[in-house]
Design a protein around this ligand. Sequence first.
Ligand code: SF4
Ligand code: SF4
Length: 374
Amino acid sequence: MELEREEVLSAIHHCVKCKLCSITSFHPREEWLPLCPSGQFYGYQAFYAPGKMEIFRAILEGEITEPSEGLLNAVYACTVCGACYEKCKQITSVELGAPDLFEAMRHELASKGWILDVHKNIAEKIKETRNAYGEKYEYKAKSSDENADVLYYIGCTARYRVPEIADAMLEIFDKIGIKYQVMDEEWCCGSVLIRTGQVEAAKELVAHNVEEIKRSGAKTIVFTCPGCLKTFEKNYPDMGVELVHSTQFLLRQGNMNLKKEDLKAAYHDPCHLGRDLGIYEEPRAVLSEVADIKVMKREKEQAWCCGSGGGVKSAFDDFALWSATERLKEAKEAGAEALVSACPFCKRNLKEAAEKEEIEVYDVVELVNRCLER
Ligand code: SF4
Ligand code: SF4
């Protein structure tokens, strides 16, 4: 475990089990709104942050020696969204570091072999195909200039599940005249392995990608996937290159002659982009250039998670889709015709849930591409 045992136990003992991390601030909405998707969906104490901490303590102190099915579900049916961490920090001014603790817990469990088969299968697929979906074909993308300073790291989800996001980003580069590279052999960044506790299995992927990126000579890496960006920021060695999210990159292009659409759109904060990396304003600034923004009740630090992160989409799809449906309802309630995110993982899950809801779902780069007058 990367966090030391004493560090973990100290954090766990500082949790007073008040459970205030499971609801948003009362003011200014004058209603309590749920914040923890896992606890809200499953209902049992073990699924809320303090319950998970208690499970981790009992494992570390040797009170739990065998994993029951219920224990594995409580540990892995958590999107590691970080809402509990942010809320606890606001209330207590103490940083218990919940998502890191939960990842450390998964690492500890995985090292004992206490892991879900579906997550083990993902590791096997990655070993075989170097992508998280086990796909044998390649997403077709070519560098526009093999010596370009900008490299677009596409990521498994945009390559194999929501290629419209990668297509849009590449078209934007072409339309605004940015030369770019894509990697000849882009391997999974390792995020899903690290989030599900399989940290050792990610090491080979990290080493390969670092080598390829160094060889590319790129100075800036652009990501449309916040999960990949977070992994590069927090789990990769410093490569001396700049790491930016697509919305940060687009914002710094200045006036792109965007033709604003007549569209009311709510912005959904991806957890890895917002709470994990503190990028809240840039996506909103870009979105405001192409649509009219409608504000939802739970936003920024207190945003409701789309439900797909932390290995939840692959293992607990009913829970993932329920969480997404809650978000779509919130967007409609805010008067939005579209829910726009900045993450392929969010887009995929929200879009799937939107089949039953009357609302459009986009990634912000898709709208920008549509509104570019070139
Ligand atoms: S994590 Fe923080 S807010 Fe949540 S129960 Fe513990 S002390 Fe309370
Ligand atoms: S990380 Fe998110 S889903 Fe997990 S316990 Fe915290 S608020 Fe709940």
